[in-house]
Design a protein around this ligand. Structure first.
Ligand SMILES: Cc1ncc(COP(=O)(O)O)c(C=O)c1O
Length: 438
């Protein structure tokens, strides 16, 4: 038995009991389950960095609008699949004010989280041309999106952007696009898990190649406005959250309300399809849908089969939030800046104790401090590091499951770590460092 901050015998038994050959290869939810069990058995609290749950209160304006809607009786009525009209207008306004991009309310559609937005996007974008096969993921990424593509029976390919930043991205993308097999490209920006932010130059490359090879870009803005190096919080004023929409009309935007508005529990997000793509006709869609129209197929083909709309009251909640944000009454960025502050402190605690940052630069600028950061420890693979840190009461996920080529790394999520746990984090990392000299 080893002397570690968390009873090593209990940890070992629980790891064996989890049935996973390598706990570090487990999914986020599997790690959550394991750590819950160890916490229960030992009575010790972990520094929990595995899951991206917002650690803040939900936007109050949203909760109030939802309660009002429920009291009015909306719960008994099926909402329109395409979304309630007030919300569609506010989404369109939000996109104009914070992305400086015009999309008609028609193409602004609520979804049950961005999770559903991605699923519906794949269901239509990857079926619009029988000669193409699926999605190119610019990794590292959110593992469940690959699972979505897999269960739909589509193909996918991916590469880690780490070695292909800036102009190098063009030739790398070309190696995939030249095959003529790519239907869609997906990336998140800011990126989960690495927190790199694509530059305008990179977005321009993606947009230009999407035009040239007629590929649909699915831009996942789950962490909208959360590159805190810039102030994207002022409606209608630059700087704006960067977007590929400046460089192509072949795009779908996925805007999650989970992190930006701490609204994850209500499962309501936004999908916005460019006007041109919404109206475009693809005869091959008739293989699956009653219409060849892209937007029509997304709504009455894909979303109808998935859930026939989004919870009525949650739509009113999101409408309430967007009204407040669009009118400048609610500055959502002020609320979520806390994540960046915590990341800055937590990174310094890791670095002080022998850890290294894995993704550390946006080309020539230090990376922003945000919801996630990535770290490694000399001599460990990410999978082994994750397992060893469990004995020290710290949980994370390995980069291995995110499509990252940086096998040495793990992802730390700052949201659930409270400031009053920083001392404990420091103490445990200090001990880890002492026990693993290099
Ligand atoms: C990159 C990325 N996309 C999408 C999602 C899902 O967002 P939602 O909660 O809106 O379904 C997440 C959630 O963690 C994410 O990190």
């Amino acid at each position: 038995m080893r002397n570690t901050p968390i009873d090593s015998e209990i940890v070992r038994n629980e790891i064996i009991g989890s049935g996973l050959a390598k706990i570090g290869k487990g999914s986020i939810r599997e790690i959550v389950r394991l750590v819950n069990k160890i916490e229960q058995k030992t009575g010790e609290k972990f520094v929990r960095m595995e899951m991206g749950v917002p650690g803040l209160n939900p936007a109050k304006v949203g909760v109030e609008a939802e309660i009002k809607a429920l009291k009015r009786g909306v719960a008994s009525v099926y909402p329109n699949i395409e979304g309630i009209s007030g919300l569609k207008k506010e989404i369109s306004k939000f996109i104009k004010l914070f992305l400086d991009t015009d999309i008609s309310p028609e193409g602004c559609i609520p979804t049950v989280g961005s999770m559903m937005g991605a699923m519906a996007s794949f269901m239509v974008a990857n079926r619009n041309d029988h000669t193409k096969e699926g999605t190119l993921f610019i990794d590292p990424g959110f593992p469940v999106q690959k699972q979505q593509v897999r269960v739909l029976g589509h193909d996918y390919c991916s590469f880690d952007i780490y070695d292909f930043r800036g102009p190098r991205l063009r030739s790398k993308l070309l190696t995939y696009l030249k095959t003529g097999r790519i239907s869609s490209i997906l990336y998140s920006n800011p990126n989960n898990p690495s927190w790199i932010c694509f530059t305008e130059e990179e977005l321009q490359i993606i947009g230009e190649l999407a035009n040239k090879y007629d590929v649909i870009v699915i831009e996942d803005l789950a962490y909208f406005g959360m590159d805190f190096r810039k102030d994207y919080s002022k409606p209608g004023e630059p700087p704006y959250q960067p977007t590929v929409a400046k460089y192509t009309d072949n795009y779908i935007l996925l805007i999650s309300s989970s992190k930006a508005f701490s609204y994850a529990g209500q499962r309501v997000g936004m999908m916005a399809i460019s006007d041109k793509l919404f109206k475009r006709k693809y005869p091959d869609l008739l293989r699956y849908y009653t219409s060849d129209g892209f937007g029509y197929s997304v709504i009455y083909g894909a979303l109808y089969t998935l859930s026939a709309g989004v919870t009525h009251s949650a739509q009113f909640g999101l409408e309430g939030i967007l009204k407040a944000v669009n009118s400048g009454k609610y500055n959502y960025v002020e609320d979520v800046k806390e994540y960046g502050e915590k990341a800055r402190i937590m990174k310094s605690i890791f670095l002080k104790n022998g850890f290294k940052l894995v993704y550390d630069k946006d080309i020539d600028q230090p990376l922003a401090d945000g919801f996630y950061f990535t770290i490694s420890y000399p001599g460990f693979s990410g999978v082994d590091l994750l397992e060893e840190l469990i004995y020290y009461g710290i949980s994370a996920i390995s980069l291995d499951i995110t499509g990252s080529s940086r096998e040495e790394g793990i992802r730390a999520c700052v949201s659930l770590v409270r400031r009053d746990q920083f001392g404990l984090l420091e103490e445990r990392l200090n001990r880890f460092n002492e026990d693993h000299p290099y």
